[in-house]
Design a protein around this ligand. Structure first.
Ligand SMILES: O=C(O)CCC(=O)C(=O)O
Ligand SMILES: [Fe+2]
Length: 392
């Protein structure tokens, strides 16, 4: 009897036309959002849906510090890579160390990657995002470890508020194994993106040599093998390491002050080589203020990631950064995240631990990071904070 009552009650609820319609509407909207922001933009919307509106205190416009920082004209240090290879190396290493300590980031110029390789990558990315949704969505996956993953927001299965970006993530190593999984359209995408991935990987290794040297670890060629053991992370680990390329696509947004292209976060790896097109949007946090990073043609913004902060035992700091959007122009960025092999443990370097500098972080592997970000919305530097042994 009770069962019959329950059944009738439920069917009534079910059949209430306004509720059923509201539910259908919600589902239709949710499906829309899952398709990404390019779709929304192309519909010609004039207001952004609630799904994308950040709480007031998290909106980019709420921080009056931005204006203050802009007025003070704070700029990221510029490192000239060619100078690093000259007799000026000791001097440039000092600037590199200062940049990693104070900002957790720097602009890298004269790095030797040709303009053609860079523009080839941006152009291929642009043409990929111009493909019909059906073609792009072939690469959609909720598997965080997928070799290729197309998607929207940060974590579209978990985010309460969505951010205004679509993305394509490509695992890059070993290149010959992953390449057949990369998008086959546009037809030259694989070739252009693979050249770019290979060249950024080589550049990453050269910057890391300098960074290890700047941390006073001495990576000179005549170094003894047993000394390398001591460094915990060796150049070999880095050479055999992992590389993830993220192509970010931020279409114009009708209400850019209410949302973000990417919320504040730090990158997980050792270093990120970030390429932004001529449209600015990247901001880093510097002394509690958001500072816009100038877009220098063909330069890389090199970000210190969490793994380097752990390895350096806190000497170098991973940089908190976010991406703003604008109402006028599409912006594309390509982030190349580099670290040791995913199975490898990242630990503070023993040479950087002593009485004055006790060990500050727990050993960390990539699986722990993935578990962490799959189970919650990543915010600020929360993951790294969860690995800290000493809170300063
Ligand atoms: O688009 C940008 O400038 C930032 C991208 C970024 O932070 C990332 O992909 O991790
Ligand atoms: Fe990032």
């Amino acid at each position: 009897m009770i069962d019959i009552f329950l059944y009738m009650f439920r069917s009534q609820v079910h059949m209430c036309p306004s509720m059923a319609m509201a539910k259908q509407n919600d589902e239709a909207l949710e499906t829309q959002y899952q398709k990404g922001v390019k779709q929304l933009y192309e519909k010609g919307i004039e207001r952004i849906p609630n799904k994308y509106i950040l709480p007031v205190q998290e909106r980019p416009s709420s921080t009056t510090q931005v204006e203050a920082a802009t007025r003070e004209n704070i700029k990221l240090p510029i490192i000239d890579f060619a100078e690093l290879q000259s007799k000026n190396r000791p001097h440039v290493l000092k600037s590199l160390a200062d940049a990693c300590k104070q900002y957790g980031a720097f602009q890298l110029v004269n790095h030797g990657i040709s303009k053609d390789v860079i523009s080839g990558m941006v152009d291929a990315a642009e043409r990929f995002f111009r493909l019909p949704y059906e073609e792009r969505s072939k690469y959609m996956s909720s598997d965080m470890e997928a070799l290729v993953r197309y998607g929207t927001s940060f974590n579209q299965n978990k985010d309460n508020v969505f951010c205004w970006r679509d993305f394509l993530k490509l695992m890059c190593k070993p290149l010959s194994d992953v390449l057949p999984h990369w998008p086959s359209s546009p037809t030259d995408f694989r070739k252009l993106a693979a050249t770019y991935a290979k060249e950024t990987s080589d550049l990453f290794l050269m910057i890391m040599e300098a960074i290890l040297e700047s941390l006073l670890l001495g990576t000179k060629k005549n170094k003894k093998a047993e000394e390398e053991e001591d460094d915990v992370v060796t150049m070999k680990d880095l050479r055999d390491g992992s590389q993830l390329m993220i192509v970010n696509f931020y279409p114009p947004c009708p209400e850019p002050d209410l949302t973000l292209g990417m919320p504040p976060h730090s990158d997980y790896g050792f270093l990120t080589l970030l390429l932004q097109d001529e449209v600015e949007g990247l901001q880093i946090q510097y002394k509690d203020k958001w500072v816009t990073v100038e877009s220098i043609p063909n330069a890389f913004v090199v970000n210190v990631g969490d793994h380097l902060e752990i390895f350096s035992n806190g000497k170098y700091k991973s940089v908190l950064h976010r991406a703003k959007v604008n109402s006028a122009k599409t912006r594309i960025s390509v982030a190349s995240l580099h670290t040791v092999p995913f199975k490898c443990m990242v630990k503070p370097c023993p040479k950087l631990i002593d009485e004055a500098n006790p060990r500050r972080y727990q050993d960390t592997d990539f699986a722990t990071f993935l578990q962490y970000i799959s189970s919650r919305e990543p915010k600020n530097k929360q993951f790294l904070d969860s690995r800290k042994l000493i809170h300063l």
